[in-house]
Design a protein around this ligand. Structure first.
Ligand code: VGL
Ligand code: ZN
Length: 194
């Protein structure tokens, strides 16, 4: 497949944050590998003046998803800490649209569409086709893609720029299958016609 980027396309860089990278509190295997690939996608979108969105997990210190509060995860991505920051190597454009999520103690949001702000920003930008990559395949990417399809966006899943938590060994594979079954189109960078 060869895909030409066009007006109405938007790139969504999902939760590429230090705590999901090696050395972080919720490190995902091989997650560093998404950074150079996402940088290439970012450069393509920038060159065409197409919008780039970066979502981030932005939790308070007592977030309900943390194990001390009875949740499933170690504390991670606490707002305004280095663990919640985007890694230095991620080349986000100066005009990136940053969308924070799950930023109150009682609210969990695996989907970047939680709260409705991303949808409003995308609508304001006139975006209809979403190119979604980042972390993690089996949580935030999966739930964001499902919401995007439900909201009638066309979704291209950047399979070379996602990595999974794999709490169960094949969670990432199953998430890819589910997203494809629901209508997301898997693409790799080489398939963008530049
Ligand atoms: C995520 C685990 C916990 C994600 C967020 O963004 O995929 N995963 N919090
Ligand atoms: Zn989280």
């Amino acid at each position: 497949m060869s895909i030409a980027l066009a007006a109405g396309d938007a790139l969504i860089v999902t939760d590429v944050q230090n705590d999901f990278l090696p050395g972080g509190s919720l490190a995902v295997a091989d997650s560093t590998a998404v950074i150079p690939v996402l940088n290439r996608y970012i450069a393509c979108f920038r060159a065409r003046r197409l919008p780039v969105f970066a979502t981030r997990d932005w939790h308070p210190p007592n977030h309900c998803s943390f194990s001390p509060q009875g949740g499933p995860w170690p504390p991670h991505c606490i707002a305004n800490t280095p663990g919640a920051s985007f890694p230095a190597g991620l080349e986000l454009p100066a005009d990136v649209h940053i969308v924070s999520k799950a930023d109150t103690p009682e609210q969990e949001a695996y989907s970047s569409f939680g709260g409705g702000r991303l949808h409003a920003l995308l609508q304001a930008a006139g975006s209809r086709r979403l190119f979604i990559g980042g972390l993690t395949t089996d949580y935030c990417v999966l739930n964001s893609v499902k919401d995007a399809l439900r909201l009638h966006y066309a979704v291209f899943l950047l399979v070379d720029a996602v990595r999974a938590v794999n709490a169960q060994p094949d969670d990432g594979c199953r998430a890819l299958q589910e997203m494809t079954r629901l209508g997301a189109v898997r693409i790799r960078y080489e398939e963008l016609s530049v």
